[in-house]
Design a protein. Structure first.
Length: 745
């Protein structure tokens, strides 16, 4: 077994500024036209997170067959590319059958030469293949790093050469849930942090029912600095709102839509909740936009005060507490803006409803000025640049509009198609950079612009409103960093204490008094160095720092070498990740067992992970018992390195699979089995000559273990590591007991 206890970190490489400067000088000497501003577009809504670019000289027409098409490449994309550091980067999907994977790649933004590409197996999710690559990638111009969260919650950070800097497997390590809908948020770089929201049930102070949580990572190392749970019961297990960072009332805020139907404003460096606005009875998918002290947000579900479905609102962002009844500037009811995010420019708010109608609203009053159809399905968000609106639509439509006071003139319209002649799906928006337009679709990635214009890879500045107050000298909040630790028994971990004032502004590091909670055999020094006990069993606890009257804690999970065993006599293991309120340890016939019941939210599939995602070369085993209600029987299984052994109730089969929605790897055999009878499941994964061999075994617990494996599957693109776990799909009760994990012999 291998256990990762720190994050990989490499230095950033050199920049292309000298090359860009030389190109600009040559262009000036030749008397060529040079764009007035050569900006980039490093994140989904641009540097200002508004969907607005200051670029000029952009083309007003193009054709996928050649007109003003500078370059294109084969690609199946679903999101918005990032343009920065002379590159354009995107995520997408590739392959078919056993080769189906998620991919992340970067191209030379000028020439279209592909610089690097990574491919990833999709693990432990029910998201289908056509939704892979949902969330957009994000670039950091300062370091050249690219941040990408895969559809299954694998958060990866790459340097300019495509080498991995650090990564998290968010499902297995922090409890991120992954449902069929696939709607996935996008990472956001702000100052020295990477901000990201995830929905799920973790452990410790992130345990209990699933919640929509917000995380601040150190963007260089991947260390968790803080996490925040501002909301309540999740209405949707998939939301894609990204949020916006800006300075309001002298405070730096991260404002985002939540899965509980609220808009929340958090202090961007600490995650403390400043205000909340209850907008919808369902989750928020639309990312808000901030203009000065006004936040614009929208949704297409049931309004909290009844009446029509859908609403656009303008919120005064200067409030505190629950501002639902006090800080609404205006509303426009009955507008079903469920996915496309607003665009605000020059006193006008542009929104696209679910039927792809583009509306222009007065940003001060909300009064409708005009509307125009841009297709039939509105998912992507509009972009403003060079006095034009650049709009994509799900059914392959790409439109360039010239907006006016009473309507918009269509300058260009193209329909993208795939090889079989049907429309190419487009969910991402345009990215504007270096005097060009970049967009991805099911049919490829396109670079659009004037082929005769010189190429200059410039940067830009982030428009966050400015005006943040200076930090005061009085600490109000502490952070123990790293705030989340996964360690091997015997490891040492160094912590630091960061202090912030009441406005969420960083005051510096602080010396602290340290203590431990529930970490047997360990010790922490006066300098904040944790020494874990090399002989201790798996355990979880906290390291607490105290400065004056303030304290803060880091959550620590410590894993012993294999073998592991668990019989639940001491309750639920505190280091297990995932699940929700339907999971509990209870007495069954005088024996303590782990029960999974029907979910209160109606999502009956739960996976629980019991070790680090870096584990490999092991076998996991568990005893299971099923109840039955009428004809309903559950599916019960084991997880090993992203593979699942499923004991299927209604089908009366045993199945070995990877990626439940697509069955990228699948073998199954008939296996009649009965409710109210204990069975023993065993799952082993080996990597043999670059292939994965997955072996499963099932037998009645009270019988002798059979010599032969019940089922075997092979994978030519193997999952090389992953957490051991248990899984159940059950609207009725199922029980687990006697879990063990051992090294392969």
């Amino acid at each position: 077994m291998s256990v990762r206890n720190d994050r990989m970190n490499t230095a950033a490489h050199g920049s292309s500024a000298a090359i860009a400067a030389a190109a600009l000088l040559v262009a000036l000497m030749l008397g060529l036209a040079v764009p007035a501003v050569a900006q980039d577009w490093p994140s989904w809504r641009g540097r200002g997170q508004t969907g607005v670019s200051d670029e000029t000289g952009l083309v007003s027409s193009w054709s996928p067959d050649g007109e003003n098409l500078i370059w294109s490449d084969s690609w199946v994309g679903r999101s918005t590319p990032a343009v920065f550091d002379g590159r354009v980067c995107s995520n997408g999907r590739s392959g078919s059958g056993v080769d189906e994977q998620e991919v992340v790649a970067c191209w030379n933004a000028e020439t279209g030469d592909k610089l690097w590409q990574h491919s990833f197996n999709v693990l432990n999710t029910t998201v289908p293949f056509n939704r892979v690559g949902w969330g957009s990638v994000t670039g950091d111009p300062g370091t050249g790093y690219l941040y990408a969260m895969n559809i299954d919650g694998h958060l990866n950070v790459f340097d300019r050469d495509g080498s991995t800097v650090w990564s998290w497997r968010l499902a297995e390590e922090l409890g991120r849930a992954s449902g069929y809908g696939g709607r996935t948020s996008t990472p956001l770089v702000d100052e020295d942090q990477l901000l990201l929201s995830i929905i799920g049930a973790g452990w410790g102070n992130m345990g209990g029912p699933p919640r929509h949580r917000y995380f601040g990572f150190d963007k260089l190392t991947g260390e968790v600095r803080w996490h925040s749970t501002p909301g309540g019961t999740v209405a949707d297990m998939n939301t894609q709102s990204v949020g916006v960072v800006g300075v309001v009332n002298g405070q730096r805020l991260w404002i985002d839509g939540n899965a509980d139907g609220h808009i929340y404003a958090l202090k961007a460096r600490t995650g403390e909740k400043v205000w909340e606005f209850h907008l919808s009875k369902r989750g928020i998918n639309v990312s808000p936009v901030l203009d000065g002290n006004t936040v614009y947000a929208a949704h297409s579900e049931e309004n909290v005060d009844g009446g029509t479905m859908g609403r656009v609102v303008a919120i005064d962002a200067t409030g505190a507490g629950d501002v639902t009844a006090t800080h609404e500037r205006w509303r426009a009811d009955g507008m079903a803006i469920g996915f496309s995010s607003p665009l605000v420019h020059d006193g006008r708010l542009y929104v696209i409803d679910n039927s792809a109608n583009l509306f222009a609203l007065d940003a001060t009053t909300g009064a409708a000025q005009w509307d125009q159809s841009v297709g039939t399905v509105g998912k992507a968000s509009p972009v403003w640049a060079d006095g034009k609106l650049f709009v994509t639509e799900t059914n392959g439509n790409v439109t360039i509009l010239q907006p006016g006071p009473n309507g918009a003139t269509e300058l260009d319209h193209d329909e993208l198609q795939v090889e079989d002649g049907r429309h190419a799906e487009i969910y991402g928006s345009f990215a504007v950079g270096y005097g060009r337009l970049y967009v991805t679709a099911e049919s490829g990635i396109y670079c659009i612009g004037n082929p005769g214009a010189p190429f200059t890879a410039g940067g830009g500045t982030s428009a966050d409103g400015g005006g943040e107050r200076a930090a005061s000298g009085t600490p109000a909040v502490l952070q123990v960093v790293p705030a989340e630790v996964i360690a091997a028994a015997g490891d040492t971990v160094e912590f630091e204490v960061r202090a912030y004032d009441a406005g969420g502004r960083f005051l510096g590091l602080r010396d602290a008094t340290w203590s431990l909670d529930s970490l047997a055999g360990g010790s922490v020094s006066a300098q904040g160095v944790l020494a874990t006990d090399a002989r201790a069993a798996n355990q979880a606890g906290a390291v607490t720092a105290t400065v004056g009257g303030l304290s803060a804690a880091a959550q620590v999970r410590v894993y012993a070498p294999l073998p592991w065993s668990e019989n639940f006599e001491s309750g639920r293991p505190p280091h297990w990740i995932g699940g929700g309120g339907s999971l509990a340890v209870e007495d069954l016939g005088g024996n303590q067992v782990f029960r999974k019941g029907a979910s209160r939210t109606g999502i009956h599939r739960h996976a629980i992970y019991m070790g680090p995602a870096s584990m490999s070369g092991y076998t996991v085993q568990v005893d299971v018992l099923s109840t039955q209600q009428g004809r309903r029987r559950p599916d019960i299984g084991l997880i090993n390195s992203g593979y699942t052994l499923d004991l299927q109730g209604n089908r009366q089969k045993i199945q070995v699979q990877s990626w439940a929605a697509e069955l990228r790897v699948k073998e199954e055999v008939d296996f009649p089995w009965e409710p109210d009878t204990w069975y023993r499941l065993k799952l082993r994964v080996d990597i043999e000559s670059d292939r994965g061999v997955v072996r499963g075994k099932v037998w009645p617990r009270d019988d002798t273990e059979p010599a032969d494996w019940t089922i075997t599957a092979e994978d030519p693109l193997p999952n090389r590591s992953g957490s051991p776990g248990i899984i159940g799909y059950s609207p009725i009760d199922i029980y687990f007991d006697n879990v063990s994990v051992v090294e392969n012999q």
